[in-house]
Write a protein that binds this ligand. Structure first.
Ligand code: LLP
Length: 451
């Protein structure tokens, strides 16, 4: 059976156009979805997520021991936790909030990796208390803190087990991506420099009663298109495995090469297929480790965007249009940088279509699709040729990753709802916020209540 890799396409795997000329996703008419649930609306296509998980699993299938840690920072809610659990994936969380979401959804603690470059004592405590969460250690003082919290918990609760840990290593490899989302270069704020591993080995030996070092991790960055940096980090980390064994007498058993595989946001993006990415990494681990006389480690990957990015489409209603004397045409939609901060943050590019006239031929006049927020930089697509007009439902593709998870209430707007669609059925998995939600945390000091 051919492996399908949704990240190669701009539209979700199930996207189609019905006889009314409406865009459909997961068998649902998106115009009807906009009407029923309102706009802006995130529509997540379950089939695309499942295909992506399968493609990654297929790519790793020839390797003996593998784990896919879905990077929850891309998109996390309780339904997503259930979906990845159902398909055998593990989960990478990066905050107490993500950990709480996962545990509250019944996600097994032993299938969770906890990341973060500044984990608080509370976050570390909660992770250890959950029993089984692996902590990916970022720096020296954090390591000391983990050891002391673990010791205290082990002493007071016999059911708690020693916390498994990984070290996050900065491999000195640059990813082919926007500077803000590179992480593996020298001087990155994340992880340990390889030179520091000597001192870590000492600490680990002293803390052996409280922590159990099982492996190493590296992550080079996000929205990458090339395989070479991944192959490079495999070799670099394999050298570290040798050092741990020969210099410090510690045998490591898990290698985690992070995530970062890109998706196609437009016609110019040519990402690797997920199975090809995973298989190339697995192959390199085999050769790299056997060339060094090492046993094959369990191989972990942490894809986020490539699992959910293509699954997501945002539906907006087009509002006021403006044609300037300069010839510039603006069309404003009812969302923007609060539900999708990626264009303003990373100059990210997107592709759109008109959901209610999905077959409409492209116009020759460029249109600038802008949001409704009080910033000139609130532009969703700087130049599109879709002939959208006031009242149209505009669908923006590729919004499944880092949209909901980075959304804000800027201008005191309400975060949109999210529906998961499958075979003609749409289920709300995140409710639209209400105006009441917006004032829920507000408190007015007594002195302001009196005249
Ligand atoms: N593992 C680690 C340790 C990470 O830091 C990340 C992403 C991932 C895995 C998942 O990477 P992915 O497969 O999703 O590329 N907000 C940015 C992306 C930031 C990514 C941060 N770390 C954006 O919207 O492009």
């Amino acid at each position: 059976m051919k492996t399908l890799s949704p990240n190669l396409q701009i539209r979700p795997a199930t996207a189609s156009i019905n006889s009314a000329g409406h865009l459909t996703i997961g068998g649902c008419d998106t115009v009807a979805l906009a009407k029923e649930f309102g706009t802006p609306l995130w529509v997540m296509d379950e089939e695309s997520i499942v295909q992506a998980m399968r493609a990654c699993l297929a790519g790793l299938s020839s390797y003996p021991q593998t784990r896919i840690f879905y990077a929850g920072k891309a998109f996390l809610c309780q339904a997503m936790c259930k979906l990845i659990d159902k398909h055998g994936l593990h989960l990478d969380v990066v905050s107490g909030g993500e950990l709480f979401t996962a545990l509250s959804a019944g996600f097994p603690a032993h299938k969770i990796f906890m990341h973060g470059n500044n984990k608080s004592a509370d976050e570390i405590h909660d992770a250890i208390k959950a029993n089984g969460v692996t902590i990916v250690v970022d720096n020296h003082s954090e390591l000391e803190l983990i050891i002391s919290i673990s010791r205290a918990l082990l002493a007071e609760d016999a059911s708690i087990t020693k916390v498994p840990i990984l070290f996050r290593v900065t491999p000195g490899v640059e990813a082919d991506t926007h500077q803000h989302i590179q992480t593996g270069h020298h001087d990155s704020k994340f992880g340990f420099a390889i030179k520091e591993l000597d001192s870590l080995a000492e600490i680990i030996k002293k803390g052996a009663d409280a922590v159990n070092l099982i492996g190493l991790h590296a992550h080079i960055g996000s929205q990458t298109h090339k395989i070479e940096p991944y192959l490079e980090i495999v070799d670099i980390l394999a050298d570290c495995f040798v050092d741990f064994k020969e210099k410090y007498g510690i045998t490591l058993s898990l290698l985690d090469v992070g995530g970062g595989l890109g998706i196609a946001y437009n016609d110019q993006d040519k990402p690797l297929a997920m199975d090809v990415w995973a298989q190339s990494i697995a192959q390199r681990v085999k050769t790299s480790f056997s060339n060094r006389g090492l046993d094959l480690p369990t191989l972990a990957v942490e894809p986020g965007r490539s699992i959910v990015g293509t699954a997501g489409t945002t539906l907006y209603t087009a509002g006021h249009a403006k044609s300037l004397p300069s010839g510039l045409n603006y069309l404003a939609v009812d969302g923007g940088m609060a539900d999708n901060p990626r264009p303003i943050t990373y100059q990210a590019l997107y592709t759109a279509c008109i959901a209610n006239r999905a077959n409409a031929p492209l116009s020759t006049n460029p249109l600038t699709l802008v949001g409704k927020y009080c910033e000139s930089g609130d532009i969703i697509i700087k130049e599109t040729y879709i002939p959208a007009q006031t009242g149209d439902i505009v669908a923006v593709f590729g919004t499944g990753a880092y949209n909901y998870s980075m959304a804000s209430n800027y201008n005191r707007t309400r975060r949109p709802a999210c529906v998961l669609v499958k075979e003609g059925k749409a289920d709300v998995i995140i409710e639209r916020e209400s105006v009441e939600n917006l004032i829920q945390q507000d408190r007015v000091p007594a002195r302001l209540l009196t005249d």
